[in-house]
Design a protein around this ligand. Structure first.
Ligand code: NAI
Ligand code: MG
Length: 326
């Protein structure tokens, strides 16, 4: 049966980079695409940023490709991740040959807890002066992430993984996270090292080559992966996959880039690489490899968008990727 892919461009450069990635998917496979709406512009016209129809489509399709949402990002992305049942956000950050990276030796993968932590939405304004946030960490979500991390490390031939945490301060919540992850890994015979996330941020800047797979609580994964984007040449290069047991949501790490939106110069690489992760999740591994290879070749030889020092347009880069897939 033809795989169904829901396509949600969202706002800003999402409208530019998602069609580019869709073209790439069309070039390598026979999929049924369903366009769906979400984001600031949808809230303006319909009153809510994520129409129920889009949520339902994401919840039932084989995969969803999403661009970005502006101010409404939290109202769109977090429910969409829930729609696909995602429990892990996979965020690779690697420096590509030919790209002027701060740390060309960077080749990292962040496995970010995707359901709880401080992104659970339990925020309250108690008085005029006091606001609170309740952080939820469960052993079950931490163990599920750990099982995924063990499989990821085994399949990818990694020696093990690093567990990022701040259990010296958040003893109960990060303490539980760290212990749950380490216990699963130990039982599976997968090596782990733990790292305090603040010190890890510094070490990643100085010696990214000493790290491979990094397992993180939700907020830490968000922050550390953006830091890694800085090491490899910018947000235009970082893809991500929100994986659930049966389906996934694939999206670039970047946002709507209002400073360049509408100019046709957004770097489509992050979204095309996200499409490659989508292909991989659906079992199209050869096609995923081909797309990754095509993006890598274009990054090495150009054309390049302005964020990478070039003067090419989104369309130029997309056409160059497509021509390498012929
Ligand atoms: P951003 O990722 O949109 O932009 C940060 C910087 O990176 C900007 O200078 C931008 O031009 C550049 N950049 C990002 N992607 C690029 C690409 N593909 N090609 C070339 N340059 C690129 O983050 P920012 O500025 O913090 O947020 C802008 C809006 O996006 C906000 O409204 C925010 O809420 C939203 N956002 C949405 C996300 C989502 O939907 N998943 C994630 C992050 C931010
Ligand atoms: Mg982020």
């Amino acid at each position: 049966m033809t795989d169904e892919i829901v396509v949600v461009p969202g706002d800003g450069i999402g409208q530019e980079v998602v069609p580019a990635a869709r073209e790439v998917l069309e070039a390598v496979g026979d999929f049924e695409f369903i366009e769906a709406r979400a984001g600031d512009h949808v809230r303006e016209s319909e009153g809510e940023a994520l129409p129920e129809e889009t949520f339902d489509l994401a919840a039932s399709a084989d995969a969803t490709l999403f661009g970005a949402a502006g101010e409404t990002a939290a109202d769109v992305v977090i429910p969409l991740r829930r729609a696909v049942g995602s429990f892990v956000n996979v965020r690779p950050a690697r420096a590509y040959p030919g790209v002027d990276a701060l740390k060309p030796e960077t080749d990292l993968v962040f496995l970010r807890e995707n359901t709880e932590g401080v992104y659970g939405g339990h925020e309250h304004r108690l008085t005029e002066d006091v606001s609170t946030l309740t952080r939820v960490v469960t052993g079950s979500a931490s163990r599920r992430l750990a099982r995924f991390a063990c499989e990821y490390a085994e399949e990818g031939d990694f020696e093990g993984f690093t567990v990022a945490h701040k259990a010296n301060v958040m003893r109960e919540t990060d303490g539980r996270f760290k212990e749950a992850v380490e216990t699963v890994a130990e039982k599976r015979g997968v090596e782990t090292e733990d790292a305090l996330m603040d010190a890890l941020a510094m070490h990643l800047c100085l010696h990214p080559e000493e790290y491979g797979v990094i397992v993180c609580p939700n907020l830490a994964g968000d922050v550390l992966s953006d830091l890694a984007a800085g090491l490899v040449g910018g947000l235009g290069l970082l893809p991500s996959a929100n994986l659930g047991p049966d389906r996934g949501l694939f999206e670039p790490v970047h946002g709507t880039a209002p400073d360049i939106a509408g100019q046709g110069v957004a770097n489509p690489s992050a979204t095309i690489l996200s499409a490659a992760m989508l292909l991989d999740s659906l079992g199209y591994t050869d096609e995923a490899d081909a797309v990754n290879g095509a993006v890598e070749a274009v990054l090495a030889e150009g054309p390049r968008t302005p964020d990478l020092g070039g003067d090419a347009s989104t369309d130029d880069v997309t056409a160059a990727v497509l021509s390498r897939l012929d």
